[in-house]
Write a protein that binds this ligand. Structure first.
Ligand code: FO1
Length: 318
């Protein structure tokens, strides 16, 4: 039965809509396919920031201000590392460290990242599936005039301030979507592209060899929610990246990137005048409030995106 809502997501912005979808629909009918190209190795631990952001958000454990990390976490372990004169710019909290110790132990037992994520999610009471896009190592490298940077060095240590000239995903040619991702897509009632960064969150998912075909063959409508509102990113440096890579930051620019894979596009009221341009690309458009500050706003948008995708499905049958 095609009853699964599959959400393609990066970190904080994507997790908000995943939560909205998991509250608008039965949570066990939602599967998030999550970017892993932001992952890093820190003191021997495997950090998977986007997976953890989605997992903690669904578990009700995410820090409500930062959007990532665990609520009310402390940083005693980092303070100790600093006493040893070791780098502590990546703020992995003490409770979060517990997750990472267990993830390392489970990976060392030869479990895949998908299996480990399932174990962690079940223990935290997460009812939706949180699926790493791949179990193979794919790592984002940001090209800058200063040379190539690891993603978290660019994003966290340098606060995404260094101008970029390009992005590449190391290892992507040898990676592919997992069986869990493929089977979720094969029984999708809808595939939702969350309002995540198009360059560093959704692009690695979509550029995995075999992923675009798996999305195209998926039975339900494909709908994207714009991460750009009024020329600015809902979260993070997406608009800045768009400019540096020679594009005007706009919702229609984002729609153009995904047009070959989509049936529908959701954009904000503020960008209403871009609706016609997106319709001219052959997509159905829904204009609504896409800013998700409260839980109610997340659920409302989740509900509206699902209604929109059901409308597209009904229209395709007439
Ligand atoms: N983002 C930051 O801006 N600063 C941090 O120190 C930081 C630590 C961190 C620790 C665990 C985790 O799961 C996420 C963390 N993030 C941090 C967020 C994260 O690196 C980025 O938001 C994503 O990679 C972009 O999606």
């Amino acid at each position: 039965m095609n009853d699964l809502i599959v959400a393609l997501a990066g970190g904080v912005g994507g997790a908000k809509l995943v939560l909205g979808l998991a509250r608008a629909a039965p949570p066990e009918k939602v599967a998030a396919v999550v970017n892993t190209a932001d992952d890093l190795t820190l003191y021997g631990l495997h950090v998977s920031p986007d997976i953890d952001t989605v997992m903690y958000t669904l578990a009700g454990l995410a820090d409500p201000v930062l959007g990532w990390g665990v609520v009310s976490d402390t940083t005693h372990a980092l303070d100790m590392l600093e006493r040893y004169g070791r780098p502590a710019w990546f703020r992995l909290g003490d409770r979060d460290l517990g997750t990472h110790l267990l993830r390392r132990a489970l990976l060392d037992q030869d479990k895949s990242l998908t299996e480990v994520t399932g174990i962690l999610c079940r223990a935290l009471g997460v009812q939706s599936a949180v699926l790493p896009m791949t179990d193979a190592p794919v790592r984002t490298r940001v090209l800058t005039p200063e040379g190539e940077l690891e993603f978290q060095d660019y994003f966290v240590a340098r606060r995404a301030e260094t101008p970029i000239t390009g992005i590449r995903f190391e290892g992507i040619e040898d990676a592919g979507p997992t069986e869990a991702v493929r089977s979720a897509l094969a029984r999708a009632r809808a595939v939702i592209f969350c309002p995540s960064n198009p360059f560093v969150s959704l692009r690695p998912i979509l550029e995995l060899p075999g992923m675009a075909d798996a999305i195209r063959s998926s039975p339900g409508p494909k709908v994207a929610v714009s991460p750009i509102v009024g020329g600015r990113a809902l979260k993070g440096p997406a608009a800045k990246m768009m400019k540096e890579l020679g594009e005007k930051p706009s919702s229609s620019g984002v729609a153009q990137r995904y047009v070959d894979l989509l049936d529908g596009f959701v954009l904000d009221e503020v960008d209403r005048d871009e609706a016609t341009r997106v319709e001219q690309m052959g997509l159905r458009v829904r204009v609504t409030n896409t800013v998700m500050n409260t839980l109610e706003e997340k659920i409302r948008l989740g509900r509206e995106v699902l209604e929109f995708s059901d409308e597209i499905f009904q229209a395709s049958r007439t």
